[in-house]
Write a protein that binds this ligand. Structure first.
Ligand SMILES: Nc1ncnc2c1ncn2[C@@H]1O[C@H](COP(=O)(O)OP(=O)(O)OP(=O)(O)O)[C@@H](O)[C@H]1O
Ligand SMILES: [Mg+2]
Length: 354
């Protein structure tokens, strides 16, 4: 079994990572957790043994700093039962399980649901913890209280310092004990690297491919591999009670086809939610648009506007250059803005913080 400093050093030696003191500084935190996990669990007399609580790790900081990358290296190097999951996807599972428990007549549904989670893993690794939804805000406190009490170790990445979670949210005073719990049970660590590595990896690379079919797909797949490591799961977003699915998602990067996002009856609210949920969107197979697919073209305009406002990085393959995508039919004038935005979004420094 290798330790994280060893794994990290090997990646630097191999040239797959650049040495970064801010990243290196966090590695001992992971090793502290590993050492705690190796301690034997004391057996109680009458009840199932509960491991001693281990302080988890809450890594926060700006985009592209390597939070998810480091957490993934740690998860892959563990040999205790561990689950790595996007925080939003996890909360959706919790809501579904609670819904089912209530249907089965359980009054306090969170109890059995939290039990099932803590029974199944020793370490939970959450990517992109953020809380925007009141239904999440109102249950996370009790859920995490149970997980911590059961000895589940939580590691998480976030763009926000705990004090800013659910900022300006409804009934926020009821949420504050959760922030205290996090600060108590997890070591909070800001990853202050000066480098946005995601931006580094993308800038200077082609992000708009005008070939159709297999050639563009192969190039885009290699970008996808580079950015995500390849594993993906769907991300289901809830918009006004409806579900909108991004078919492949990992580390803030979503990959979808034009048809997935513009061929279905999605509207501005859906596109806003998508734009606010991803950092990079890979959109494949944008067809030649015309009056025959006016609705798709209109949705595409709305999607690009939402991505543009949210400063999402866009990588796409299309049948034509932006200006030639939609040249006949209603709304061609408005499409000029979309074409211009598509151009601007290809700039090397598009979407940067500064
Ligand atoms: N030291 C490094 N050298 C080279 N590439 C790196 C380094 N650290 C991270 N990367 C790469 O940069 C990209 C972004 O990293 P990562 O996804 O971990 O950022 P993040 O901090 O989780 O960002 P976000 O807050 O947006 O989720 C990934 O492709 C990752 O492999
Ligand atoms: Mg991340």
């Amino acid at each position: 079994m290798s330790t994280l400093p060893e794994i990290y050093a090997a990646k630097i030696a191999a040239g797959t990572l650049q040495a970064d003191p801010a990243q290196e500084a966090i590695l001992p935190q992971f090793e502290r957790i590993r050492a705690e996990l190796l301690k034997p669990v004391k057996k109680g007399w009458f009840r199932k043994a509960t491991p001693e609580p281990v302080q988890g790790l809450y890594i926060w900081g700006g985009v592209g700093r390597g939070k998810s990358m480091l957490m993934d290296l740690f998860v892959d190097s563990l040999d205790v039962p561990v689950r790595r999951v996007h925080f939003h996807a996890f909360m959706q599972e919790i809501h579904e399980a609670m819904h089912k428990a209530r249907k089965d007549g359980v009054a306090d549904a969170i109890q059995p649901v939290a039990h099932a989670v803590s029974d199944s893993v020793r370490v939970l690794a959450f990517d992109e913890m953020q809380i925007t939804d009141i239904t999440d805000a109102m249950i996370v406190g009790r859920l995490f209280e149970h997980l911590f009490a059961a000895g589940t170790v939580v590691v998480t990445t976030s763009n926000r310092i705990p004090d800013n979670l659910y900022k300006d949210g409804l009934n926020r005073q009821l949420f504050l004990p959760f922030i205290d719990l996090i600060k108590q049970q997890m070591r909070v660590w800001e990853l202050v690297s000066p480098t946005d590595y995601r931006q580094d990896r993308l800038s200077g690379n082609q992000v708009y491919f005008v070939q159709a079919g297999t050639e563009a797909r192969a190039q885009i797949t290699s970008i996808w591999q580079d950015l995500t490591g390849g594993d993906a799961e769907p991300l289901v977003l809830t918009v006004k009670g409806r579900q909108v699915e991004l078919p492949a998602f990992r580390n803030g990067i979503a990959r979808a086809s034009f048809f997935d996002l513009c061929g279905k009856m999605l509207g501005p609210g859906d596109y806003l939610t998508i734009a606010n949920s991803v950092k990079v969107l890979i959109l494949e197979d944008i067809p030649q648009l015309s009056r025959h697919n006016f609705n798709e073209a209109k949705r595409f305009v709305t999607l690009i506007d939402a991505l543009y406002e949210a400063k999402v990085r866009l990588i796409c393959s299309a049948r034509a250059e932006p200006e030639m995508l939609y040249v006949e039919g209603e709304g061609t004038f408005e499409f000029e803005r979309t074409a211009s935005r598509l151009r601007e979004m290809q700039d090397a420094d598009w979407g940067q913080d500064a």
